[in-house]
Design a binder for this molecule. Structure first.
Ligand code: CA
Length: 220
């Protein structure tokens, strides 16, 4: 899953960026409101983490513009402890959740997972598709009850596909979910991971849709 982090405080930005990557998210980080808008226009993100006090354009303005143009991306705002009025304004402007600084990285990760769950219309934190079971919090994967060991990128790929069974993703869309800026995308990377996932999870779980991309069917 790919996240956009908008935070002008370098120390917070660096630690959140590193922590979320550690948790298996692809994360892009920008430090002002205009850079955030440019990033949102040019990339597809699964969640936006938005500081409100930002140079060049405030987080509230970024959020309002986003919702005005009908973008339904989940938004979690990051605010200061004393800024109750800002949190209220943020939620009323279309944010889905907020966290008060300083916050715990584990809590941030958990809230992002909750937003991703809600976005895909699920309540169960564990993804189940046929005999496959994926826990996005612990990264545990089982197939017919048997534990399967996956690399971080293999996990990211099957997690993205299984979160929306029946939805076809192009190779480029999947690459976007696996890599943030500055991370070199190897050629044929999606094919390579699909191949190794099929070896570990069986040949039928990930299906090719010719000329379009890949999907996990609703009933594999
Ligand atoms: Ca700020």
């Amino acid at each position: 899953m790919r996240l956009l982090l908008v935070e002008d405080d370098t120390m917070i930005g660096e630690s959140v960026h590193a922590g979320l990557q550690q948790d298996g998210f692809a994360v892009d980080w920008v430090q002002d409101g205009r850079a955030a808008e440019l990033a949102l226009e040019t990339n597809a993100y699964d969640t936006l983490l938005l500081d409100l006090g930002l140079p060049r354009k405030t987080g509230l303005d970024v959020l309002a513009a986003l919702r005005r143009r009908g973008d339904s991306i989940p938004v979690l705002i990051l605010t200061a402890r004393d800024a109750v009025a800002d949190r209220v304004k943020g939620l009323d402007a279309g944010a889905d959740d907020y966290l008060v600084k300083p916050f715990d990285l584990e809590e941030l990760s958990a809230r992002v997972r909750a937003l991703l769950r809600r976005k895909s219309g699920r309540a169960d934190p564990v993804l189940q598709v046929g005999g496959l079971s994926i826990n996005p919090a612990t990264h545990e994967v089982t197939l017919d009850g048997k534990s399967i060991s996956l690399s971080a990128r293999e996990f990211a790929l099957i997690n993205a596909l299984a979160a929306r069974p029946g939805v076809v993703y192009s190779r480029a869309q999947l690459e976007e979910k696996l890599y943030g800026w500055g991370q070199e995308v190897e050629s044929n990377t999606v094919e390579v991971y699909v191949h190794s996932l099929r070896r570990k999870l069986g040949p039928n779980l990930i299906q090719n849709v010719r000329g379009v991309g890949y999907m996990v069917p609703k009933q594999p």
